[in-house]
Write a protein that binds this ligand. Structure first.
Ligand code: OSB
Ligand code: MG
Length: 352
């Protein structure tokens, strides 16, 4: 496939409700949509998931756009690629900037699948079966109870609760106990950083299926201690930027489960290597979300279709965050599931 042209579109939309965590209050989401074109004008789509400011990862919308425009585009444009993994190889000498790389690399994967006339999920080895939906609930305690109720009424069977040292663990235990049919995850986003294990232990009694990222990105020893002293599986999100980080987690026994986010990992090629390693090492995986638009979600759905990925990811309805999404059709949760598109590539049209 010849990458004949590369285009970018800015997207900016308000969230239906502010998304409030210990890290940041997100009220509006900006993103960059990447369109790669072959010589015939066939298009592949990617979405850069960097946020406006560096509150979750170091990259930003403006910084990633600079890198895509001035560094990555010259490396990719005009190239004749034999395989989509060539894109990651072309970018490999550029340091860091995984979200910028991923956005462009993922567009290339979409284009290859379209050239083959195959859905992307099939192209990467996934299997057709609806992807179970999962939603994230954040906010103060009374909001939490209301939002959990609303999520269950919308059909979600997996709910992720944002936690911090200020969260009332006993209250969460009651919520979890009241809904035996729901799988609850807890995500701390590193907010127990520097605190004693005792601060985290009350959450071990709440009945969560897993606890995500209690400590900071580089706090491997703290995660190892938590894992050794808790019955709830420890899951790493922010700590994982590459296959090497997953190997470090395994070697240091710092976690049981990894969250796959292609933006944070640099794209499909690195993510598929991690999937293979986790399969060999019997590490469980799930696909995380970052308040994304539909292009990114469509790639994530293809990833979640892989038979190795058994845990439910962050997959909510387009209408959960957005008045209107940037894809057609939008992503719909029905009976707690999302059907994979059977159209070529990501299977959704760009609607901007
Ligand atoms: O830690 O998983 C996270 C959103 C933005 C950045 C980081 C995270 C999140 C979420 C929301 O938890 C998940 C979603 O988009 O559904
Ligand atoms: Mg997380």
């Amino acid at each position: 496939v010849r990458i004949a042209d590369i285009k970018f579109h800015k997207v900016k939309k308000p969230l239906n409700q502010p998304f409030v965590t210990v890290l940041q209050k997100v009220e509006e989401r900006e993103a960059t949509v990447v369109v790669v074109q072959d010589a015939e004008g066939q298009e592949g789509y990617g979405e850069c998931v960097a946020f406006s400011t560096p509150w979750y990862t170091a990259e930003t919308v403006v910084g990633s756009r600079f890198v895509m425009d001035t560094v990555l585009t010259p490396l990719l444009k005009g190239q004749l690629l034999d395989h989509p993994t060539d894109a990651a190889r072309l970018f490999s000498k550029v340091k860091g900037n995984q979200m910028a790389k991923a956005a462009m690399e993922m567009a290339v994967w979409d284009l290859f699948a379209k050239q083959k006339g195959m859905p992307l999920y099939e192209y990467v080895g996934g299997v057709q079966s609806p992807v179970p939906a999962g939603v994230v609930v954040a906010g103060s305690s009374d909001q939490l109870v209301r939002n959990v109720k609303a999520a269950i009424e919308s059909g979600y069977r997996r709910i992720k609760l944002k936690i911090s040292p200020a969260t009332d663990a006993a209250m969460l235990k009651k919520i979890v106990a009241a809904h035996a049919e729901i799988s609850f995850y807890a995500d701390a986003n590193g907010s127990f950083s520097g605190l004693a294990l005792e601060e985290l232990l009350p959450f071990d009694e709440a009945g969560f299926a897993l606890i995500e990222q209690p400590y900071g990105e580089q706090e491997w020893a703290a995660h190892r201690i938590a894992r050794a002293n808790m019955k709830t599986p420890i899951c790493l999100d922010e700590s994982i930027h590459s296959l090497e980080d997953v190997q470090r987690m395994a070697n240091q026994q710092a976690g049981d489960i990894v969250v796959l986010k292609m933006g944070r990992l640099g794209g499909w090629a690195e993510t598929l290597k991690i999937v293979e390693f986790c399969k060999q090492s019997q590490i469980e995986m799930w696909v995380g979300g970052m308040i994304e638009f539909g292009i990114s979600k469509a790639h994530n759905l293809a990833l979640a279709s892989l038979p190795e990925i058994k845990l439910t990811g962050d997959f909510s309805d387009s209408g959960h965050f957005w008045q209107s999404d940037i894809i057609s059709p939008e992503i719909h949760v029905e009976h707690g599931e999302i059907n994979l598109s059977e159209y070529p590539g990501i299977g959704y049209k760009l609607k901007i």
